[in-house]
Design a protein around this ligand. Structure first.
Ligand code: NAD
Length: 484
């Protein structure tokens, strides 16, 4: 059995911890490797190596730092298929979804190659006679990212490129469920000759996270995961005086206006709802139909839900893979049962299903529930599985109220042909990523990923200028040379 090593000080080394978890292929239940639950001693070693590396890295010119990213990008392209395959093996998503995810990750590397421009400061001559004022950006020091299982390649790349290009040393703690993809990213950084200690990989769970946040040598924490863990990390980082950004869970609503192109909307929303088996923070998990759209949308959505081909992710024909763990499958199935008891009408039931030849996988097929009550569990909690609920109303204003009643505000989308409705939606909806006639309103790498409410804790989001601002601190210099 392959025990995954940590990457510390430019070398691969086994954790001092003998607490190991199996990394399991969710489609086959096969054990792929074992991941160590790193100890405080492992974390301390990673931080001290990063501190040592920081002395030279912050003095490395920003142009030189970004050259490593150009080389890293080339390596990601070279090993694109191998990495996508590892994502599918450990995460379950289809190979097409893994390729899409990796492409999005690479786009973040490309944006960070522009850091020499993006981290420029400002200055003003003669703020007073003969006195000039400069604002400069400097790295924070040692920054940490804690990432979830569902995008094991893209989410580490939301942070890593920007963090190191701005001059920080970086410690990644990926999900213990999908740690192998992260190991691939680090292997490629090693191959391009990134100086030892600039990036470290520490595996583990809560204990490793606590140790990283509590360590006096770390300066900032980027987190992505569920809302409950987000709240915990945000509070703990605050308590220890660390700069922090935490992206949490989601419950995204699609509003279907009366005049919308219904078939296109249903097709697009089905892709958003069931893609990655619903394990996407930008999955649509609920719809609100307006007026006459209700019956037509429900029929079209039923057809789209039944038409998906569920199967092993490495089979190019599969359109949806399994969910991550048996526990996750059980919890999703329980919510479906609850949705019926809370008044929902089950139109397509994906429970109790299987894929031939993969009977040990965590399968749950696309599931559709109509007449969902706005206060029901399905409408108010993140299911994080291939389950979609439909609510109905008579007016767009009420639909917007239902969107805004959600505690989370990651994404909301509207399908309409009416510009005034689109403007009203964009203006009034309390969510940070908005789609108009788009199912997954994912910001490109050169825009921030803007969750709101219980989907985000902090002020600067991941990606683009928000990343540069998060990973740098500003310094103001007021300068006077008498006689000049
Ligand atoms: P999770 O919260 O269980 O785990 C995320 C990370 O936190 C992992 O690295 C894990 O090891 C660590 N962790 C888990 N429990 C912890 C604890 N008690 N204390 C400290 N650290 C802990 O999330 P997950 O199941 O891996 O990922 C799915 C969740 O992530 C969903 O809720 C999804 O919506 C969310 N997500 C959000 C975004 C976004 O941008 N808002 C993106 C992707 C995923």
């Amino acid at each position: 059995m392959n025990d995954l090593p940590l990457y510390i000080g430019g070398t691969w080394k086994l954790s001092v911890s003998d607490d190991l978890l199996n990394v399991i292929n969710p489609a086959t239940a096969e054990t792929l490797s074992r991941v160590p639950m790193a100890s405080r001693d492992d974390v301390h070693l990673a931080v001290t190596n990063a501190q040592e590396a920081f002395k030279g890295w912050r003095r490395t010119p920003v142009t030189e730092r970004s050259h490593y990213l150009y080389a890293f990008r080339a390596k990601l392209e070279e090993y694109f298929e191998e990495i996508a395959r590892v994502m599918t093996l450990e995460c379950g998503k289809t190979i097409a979804e893994s390729r899409g995810e990796l492409r999005r990750g690479i786009e973040n590397v490309e944006v960070a190659c522009g850091t020499p421009s993006m981290m420029q400061g400002r200055n003003t001559e003669d703020v007073s006679r003969g006195i000039d004022e400069h604002l400069i950006r400097q790295p924070l020091g040692i920054v940490v990212a804690i990432t979830p299982f569902n995008f094991p390649g893209m989410i580490p790349l939301w942070f890593l490129p920007s963090a190191i290009a701005t001059g920080n040393c970086f410690i990644l703690k990926p999900s213990e469920k999908t740690p192998q993809t992260a190991a691939w990213l680090i292997r490629l950084l090693h191959e391009v000759g990134l100086p030892a200690g600039v990036v470290q990989l520490v595996h583990g769970g809560k204990d490793a996270v606590d140790a990283l946040i509590e360590h006096p040598g770390t300066h900032a924490v980027s987190f992505v995961g569920s809302t409950a863990t987000s709240r915990y990390v945000y509070a703990k980082a605050g308590e220890h005086g660390k700069r922090v950004q935490c992206q949490g869970g989601a419950n995204n609503i699609a509003v279907i206006d009366e005049n919308a192109e219904i078939d296109t909307a249903a097709e697009t929303i089905a892709d958003s709802a069931y893609g990655c088996a619903g394990q996407r923070c930008l999955a649509n998990s609920l719809a609100v139909t307006v007026g006459g759209a209700g019956t037509m949308f429900t029929e079209a959505m039923t057809e789209a839900t039944q038409g998906l081909r569920v199967g092993y992710g490495l089979d190019e024909e599969s359109q949806m893979g399994p969910v991550i763990t048996p526990a996750s499958k059980a919890s999703i199935e329980q919510t479906v049962g609850l949705s019926q008891r809370e008044g929902g009408r089950l139109l397509v039931d994906g429970r109790g299903t299987n894929v031939d030849g993969f009977e040990d996988g965590n399968w749950i097929f696309p599931t559709l529930v109509d007449q969902v009550h706005p206060n029901s569990t399905l409408a108010t909690h993140e299911v994080f599985g291939p389950v979609f609920g439909i609510m109905h109303t008579d007016h767009i204003d009420h639909a917007i109220e239902l969107v805004n009643a959600q505690r989370k505000g990651n994404m909301a989308v509207l399908f309409t042909r009416d510009g005034a409705a689109a403007r009203k939606f964009r203006y009034g909806v309390e969510a940070g990523n908005i789609g108009i006639n788009v199912g997954v309103a994912v910001p490109m790498a050169f825009y921030p990923f803007c969750g709101w409410k219980d989907s985000f804790f902090g002020s600067l989001h991941a990606q683009a200028m928000h990343g540069v601002e998060f990973y740098t601190q500003t310094k103001v210099v007021v300068e006077h040379w008498p006689g000049a």
